[in-house]
Design a protein around this ligand. Sequence first.
Ligand SMILES: [Zn+2]
Length: 305
Amino acid sequence: MTDANHQKYRLGELESGRDSVLIREKLATDLAKLMPTAFFDHQRIVPRAALMKTLPKLSRLFDHMLDTVMKSSCALCDRAASDVCCVDCWRQIQHCQLDVAGGIEQISLSFGQGSEQSTTRLVCWGAYQGSLKRAIANLKYGQQEALGNRLGRELGRLWIAANAMNQDRSQKPFPKSTLVVPIPLHAEKQARRGYNQAELIAAGFCDETGLRLSPSLLERVRSTEAQFGLSATKRELNLTGAFRINRTVLRRYGLHPAQPMPHPCVILVDDIYTTGATIRAAADCLSQQRIPVIDVAAVSRPRHG
Ligand SMILES: [Zn+2]
């Protein structure tokens, strides 16, 4: 093919009978570069029928190459997967999903003695068991960071569905100043882990809901004992004073801790909701700055009963 015809070929301007032969010739040469000679004889001009028969094979070969080269391994079982998890593992995780009504409840946010009684909505995506429990463990301890965004997006979809139900019941919409705040890790712990899993979940949640992520509004100032095995009272004592507001971040929103309303309101996001002591401590810290927690969203909670 001459340079002039090659240029016309590139521009899609070859239309005559002779030109169509040239197109096939060029196409054959291009394809021959892409596939093994066992499939293709680049010396011949390949008839259209033979070419059409070959293309699906080429497509399958290309898919297989993509599978091998581009696909990462499943975050749970290490098999090749085009998403965070392979199809089987994701199906198992979905078995842990709670239905919209089952994943929503009202919780108390009162923290410690003498604090004001208030309740808020808790939205949980799944039961903390089976493959979801394993996924959360891999997210936290197995460096499987991509799981955080994926689970966060699922949580965001559930939250949207929950709101749609509420709108039917004429409940108030969410203000635009809503901030999505993940439960923070202590700086040392986050440095060891390299990331905060709740922040990854919150980022996925915001991708889905379009709400604003505020990963640093809350800080964990005290490294707390593991909550597991502590009584309810000891859990609250363990968490007293564990959080503080980052005033620099608050000012970045054009807000000052001393200024009157309107303040932003917050949706707290975490990976697991168990007794709620951590959420209550975080909500207590925010309420001292008159920042209300209007919702709590967690990927999982233990199954009731
Ligand atoms: Zn898998």
